[in-house]
Ligand binder design. Structure first.
Ligand code: SAH
Length: 249
């Protein structure tokens, strides 16, 4: 590979989120590191590496570190599902993170709640150009899916704060507490802010794209299983492929 060419990484936490994409991506080479498989390919005009991070912040951080240190990655796209928190963020909608925060980071009273010790901030921003591209492309993909009758109601694309923690939020009480503490949070998941912190440390642009699988409430586990099996993987494929086709080389 030309040293000047930096790969685009595509990361998801669970196999269900990436299976359609892995089938569509022309296979080239597989590399094993730290119990993960990294799939290398040339796809849509880019050198691509796809990987499953596994669930949770540490798993996401390990995976992202490997991508940035061993796979010459210059841009990172995370694709997966999340629980909707914001008002009007419904199952089937897409949330594109413009900033990410770890909702279980609390080193108070030494540091303000949520602040990342040493970084002096609680939110890390995703790359503005990538976010703008993803928001535009996701809107077009969802419109098409709706017009073709694949989705019953018109899904919406939201842009804003996504929060991460090592917790599957599946009670109405937990999601209400998060909403109270972080009123502008649109969605909650378990990896994005960890990936963001590693990308921030390495100075590598990234974006996090989340399809809403549940409302992080008492029905979350039921909605989650159904959605992940039926929809998540097809959503990821459609959005990521369209983003790669438009992404500058
Ligand atoms: N019970 C599930 C656990 C998966 S954890 C299972 O049987 O596999 C949920 C995964 O989806 C994580 O990768 C997380 O990022 C995302 N997610 C979706 N909805 C979530 C929610 N309500 N709270 C936290 N993470 C959620």
């Amino acid at each position: 590979m030309n040293q000047a060419v930096r790969r685009v990484a595509i990361v998801a936490a669970m196999p269900e989120e990436l299976s359609a994409l892995l089938q569509a991506m022309p296979p080239d080479k597989q590399v094993q590191r730290a119990g993960r498989t990294f799939w290398l390919s040339q796809w849509c005009g880019h050198e691509v590496v796809a990987v499953l991070s596994r669930i949770g912040k540490v798993a996401a951080a390990t995976t992202t570190t490997l991508l940035l240190t061993e796979f010459a990655v210059g841009r990172v796209l995370f694709t997966g599902v999340a629980g909707g928190l914001g008002e009007g963020v419904r199952v089937g909608d897409v949330v594109v993170a413009d900033a990410l925060l770890q909702h279980d980071m609390d080193a108070s009273p030494l540091f303000p709640r949520f602040e990342l010790p040493g970084l002096g901030v609680d939110r890390l921003r995703a790359d503005a150009d990538l976010v703008a591209l993803v928001v535009q492309v996701a809107g077009e993909v969802l419109d098409k899916a709706h017009l073709h009758g694949l989705l019953q109601s018109a899904p919406r694309v939201h842009q804003g704060l996504v929060i991460s923690g090592d917790l599957f939020v599946d009670t109405t009480a937990e999601s209400a507490a998060l909403r109270l503490a972080l009123p502008d949070a649109l969605a909650v998941e378990m990896e994005g802010a960890a990936l963001a912190q590693v990308c921030h440390d390495f100075g590598v642009p990234f974006a996090v794209i989340r399809t809403i699988s549940d409302r992080a409430d008492d029905a979350a586990h039921v909605d989650f299983q159904r959605f992940v099996l039926e929809v998540a993987s097809r959503y990821s494929l459609a959005v990521v492929k369209a983003v790669l086709e438009r992404l500058p080389r």
